[in-house]
Design a binder for this molecule. Structure first.
Ligand SMILES: [Zn+2]
Length: 191
């Protein structure tokens, strides 16, 4: 049975994204929902696992410029939304951005976790504010990025990336370009 840090969470059908995680009772703004966990891997390991077909490159959570978590089953169940009720802080602590009603799905904005890169996937989160794609952090409109910042919903490594983006000094590192080139060249990859 899957367990999360917050006692009032339960798996359920997300109608669209398969299983998701839901609040089984009202949850207050600021409460910690879970600390996403898994095996820590480098960007090189991630590429190797993806090329071997052991991992979809969309699934791991970025927690550093070249560090990812291959999420465990419980952590992997949280879906993306473009206007979510939860956010990430520290390395991978998921918390409530606002009060959450019983029965509401717990989602967070995957785009806020992805440093600039050549990656995106379609989004069907159904939000009025849906961006239609899930991409890197630069696909989040600046006003929404500021809102996440004000709420403290920015991972530690991403705060530094954002400072460089705001200053216009961020450059996509060569290891990232090479990693995505390898993944995008995989047979059967139609992105
Ligand atoms: Zn969306």
């Amino acid at each position: 049975m899957m367990r999360w840090r917050h006692p009032q969470l339960a798996p359920g059908d997300s109608s669209g994204y398969g299983l998701g995680v839901f609040a089984s009772a009202p949850i207050r703004k600021g409460e910690v929902l879970h600390v996403l966990g898994g095996a820590k891997v480098s960007v090189g390991d991630l590429v190797a696992r993806t090329l071997r077909g052991e991992e979809r490159c969309d699934d791991p959570l970025q927690i550093g410029r070249r560090t990812y978590l291959v999420l465990d089953d419980a952590s992997r169940l949280f879906n993306h939304a473009c206007a979510p009720p939860a956010g990430l802080r520290k390395a991978s602590e998921l918390f409530a951005l606002r009060d959450i009603r019983a029965g509401e799905q717990i989602t967070y904005d995957y785009a806020m976790t992805v440093a600039p890169t050549d990656w995106s996937m379609p989004c069907q989160c159904g939000s009025r504010h849906c961006r239609k794609i899930i991409g890197d952090v630069t696909t989040v409109i600046p006003a929404q990025r500021r809102e996440y910042e004000r709420a403290g919903a920015v991972q530690r490594y991403m705060r530094a990336v954002q400072r460089e983006l705001d200053a216009g000094t961020y450059r996509i590192p060569r290891y990232e370009v090479l990693a995505m080139a390898k993944i995008n060249a995989m047979p059967g990859n139609n992105r």
